[in-house]
Design a protein. Structure first.
Ligand code: ZN
Length: 225
């Protein structure tokens, strides 16, 4: 860390009751004013409802804190699952080296910035090199990564990397088209716009013809999100 100039120490505004800061660093992660680690998750949600101006005695809200806690646990259950383990049980030796494409896999995730949903479709392609993945496992793989707090770019990349590591194919391509409620509900961007991200590894990255073939096949019959 660069040494602090003495003059900057003198000009630091210090209230009499506060200790003099010992170092000028970026603010650390905000700590809650009280130790909340022993408070039940439902009680935290109850507190949030009150702060939003809600009346906790309303019938409809009676079980809402419990429901929210349960829903959030479910929507982030991907943290408890190992993507490699899911694929491991479904790898098959094949003598096939043409492109495998699985399109329109439904995806629901939560953006890590607002914890609001983003959802859409995932398209996966790979060119095997001796091994393929059981087709039903690809939607499972998407789910494991989607049920975490995510950004769409990372989700795209993680799916591609997991396939790459599992079967080391000639190439992997993943495209995600998604709509983000944090944009739509907060009116930041055009309401119906969707975000498209892609990750291209191996042959899809190196050979524009391979990439083009995949993108053309996608366009042919893909419904928009
Ligand atoms: Zn967001």
């Amino acid at each position: 860390m660069p040494e602090k100039k003495k003059s900057s120490i003198k000009s630091w505004p210090v209230a009499k009751t506060l200790a003099v800061p010992t170092a000028v660093t970026a603010p650390a992660v905000k700590q809650p004013a009280a130790d909340l680690s022993r408070v039940a998750t439902e009680d935290l949600h109850r507190e949030i409802l009150v702060r939003l101006g809600e009346d906790l005695t309303r019938d409809g809200l009676a079980l809402t804190p419990e429901r929210v806690a349960k829903a959030q646990t479910y929507l982030t259950s991907g943290y408890q699952q190992d993507p490699a383990a899911i694929l491991r049980g479904a790898l098959f030796d094949v003598d096939y080296d043409e492109m495998v494409i699985v399109k329109d896999i439904e995806m629901y995730s939560l953006c890590e910035h607002h914890m609001l949903p983003f959802f859409g479709k995932v398209h996966i392609a790979y060119i095997p090199k001796g091994k393929v993945i059981g087709l039903s496992k690809l939607p499972r793989l998407v789910e494991v990564f989607a049920r975490r707090l995510q950004v769409q770019e990372r989700l795209t990349r993680q799916i591609a990397d997991a396939i790459q590591e599992a079967i080391e194919p000639q190439g992997v391509a993943v495209v995600i088209e998604a709509k983000h409620l944090c944009m739509m509900m907060r009116g930041i961007e055009k309401q119906m716009s969707s975000t498209i991200t892609s990750a291209m590894l191996g042959a899809f990255n190196k050979q524009s013809r391979t990439r083009q073939e995949f993108l053309t096949l996608l366009r042919k019959t893909s419904d928009s999100v």
